[in-house]
Ligand binder design. Structure first.
Ligand code: IMP
Length: 400
């Protein structure tokens, strides 16, 4: 059995906790895209973990974790997280394997990321984690992969290539020594992608998506996106095998948030938006930036479902809306005087006017009003909810 959990909005839908909960039914959780730009918060009750790089598998249940070749690995972040899980649950480090073919985010990439984004006419508002630089170097074939440290001369030649490609000078020897020291600490966890596939392909795998469909480099709100296929389409290259995924869980928050720049049709720039931010603690798990907040947008969710082949829905953070008297839901867009309930691309989102339908709010998630909200969304989207998350803790989730 193979399944995936992906975000149907601009990330931060609460996927981390969902993955941890679902991971108990699978052998291994696989990260296939992104890097330490992700921030998946998992609240175990007696302790919390923010996973930037480690798959959000339930470490209490000894579930395996695999970081595939599509992930870009920042060794500082990785080492910190490995220490963290090992301190919480002794020996849990041994549950992790990392593809040797994964690219490495070297410290200078973070500065380059900041420099390039700040000099753009229209900033993307990246997480400054060097993610885009790492994927760019991969495409330009000058990026280092973990396996390159096995042969320091090979790693050194890539560092020289990076220096030439970007016309920047740095102390190659010092950077190399520093990276090798960190690499030696995880050497025993590395595996060739081909071997990992051999071991894992018959197992029950849960692929953990990062960010959300609307931040996917091809299908998202380009150019205000991340640098990878964080949607379902990234699974095969990011795992390194044409794996067939049967169940694709799409996670959607009961309202919408976004960090960084880019269009956001239902954004609330008033005190209602501030209220949502406060009630939902909407601050980036990686950068602590305040998230932009707005109402649920079913047009964009439909687009995300269609392009990701999502076949089951999961709702998160509906509890945050409890107590609102009326809840507007964006049902369609007015474009040039015409009304649309579906879009084919995201290029013109700044030129549309969202059209809302107001529904009655709820005081409790065990109320007719809340059930009506759920049925309405299911009808509009043509898909059923499989789970509803009702709070931050792993167990606060209901299977429908
Ligand atoms: P990058 O991935 O750091 O290059 O950032 C590109 C865009 O994706 C920016 O708008 C970021 O705020 C956004 N982004 C990256 N990772 C996440 C995430 O985990 N949650 C929400 N937004 C993200």
């Amino acid at each position: 059995m193979k399944a995936a959990v992906i975000g149907l909005q601009w990330g931060d839908e609460g996927k981390g906790k969902v993955v941890t909960y679902l991971s108990r039914r699978y052998d291994c959780v696989v990260r296939y895209s992104g890097g330490s730009n992700a921030g998946h918060t998992v609240d175990y009750g007696n302790f919390k973990m923010v996973h930037h790089l480690l798959p959000s598998a339930d470490i209490k249940k000894q579930k395996m974790m695999y970081i595939g070749p599509g992930v870009v690995v920042d060794l500082d972040v990785l080492l910190e997280e490995i220490d963290q899980i090992n301190n919480l649950i002794p020996e849990s480090r041994s549950l992790l394997r990392i593809s040797k073919q994964a690219h490495v985010v070297i410290p200078i990439y973070r500065d380059l990321d900041e420099k390039i984004d700040s000099s753009r006419a229209n900033q993307i508002g990246t997480t400054r984690r060097g993610i885009g630089i790492s994927y760019a170097n991969r495409a330009m074939r000058c990026g280092l992969r973990l396996e390159d440290f096995e042969t320091p001369a090979r790693a050194e030649s890539f560092l020289n290539e990076i220096s030439r490609t970007w016309s920047i000078k740095f102390d190659v020897k010092m950077i190399l020594d520093n990276l090798i020291e960190k690499y030696n600490k995880i050497r025993d966890l590395l595996i060739d992608s081909s071997e990992a596939v051999r071991v894992l392909k018959e197992k029950d795998l849960l692929f953990e998506g990062t960010q959300g469909v609307l931040l996917d480099v091809d299908m998202g709100t380009y150019p205000y996106v991340t640098s990878t296929n964080c949607s379902t389409t990234g699974i095969q290259p990011g795992f390194g095998y044409p794996v067939q995924v049967d169940k694709i869980f799409g996670v959607m928050k009961a309202y919408t948030t976004r960090v960084g720049e880019g269009p956001f049709p239902t954004e609330l720039k008033d005190e209602v938006g501030e209220n949502l931010r406060r009630l939902g603690s909407e601050y980036g798990a990686t950068t602590r930036r305040p998230r932009r907040c707005g109402w649920l947008d079913l047009v964009l969710i439909k687009y995300a479902i269609e392009t990701s082949a999502c076949n089951a829905l999961i709702m998160t953070k509906a509890d945050i809306l409890s107590g609102f008297e009326k809840i507007p839901i964006c049902m369609g867009y007015k474009i040039g005087g015409k009304f649309y309930t579906q879009i084919n691309n995201t290029a013109h989102l700044t030129e549309i006017e969202p059209v809302y339908e107001e529904i009655k709010g709820w005081k409790s998630l065990h109320s007719k009003e809340f059930d009506d909200f759920i049925y309405k969304i299911e009808r509009e989207l043509g898909l059923k909810f499989a789970y509803i998350s009702t709070g931050p803790k792993i167990e606060e989730i209901t299977e429908l």
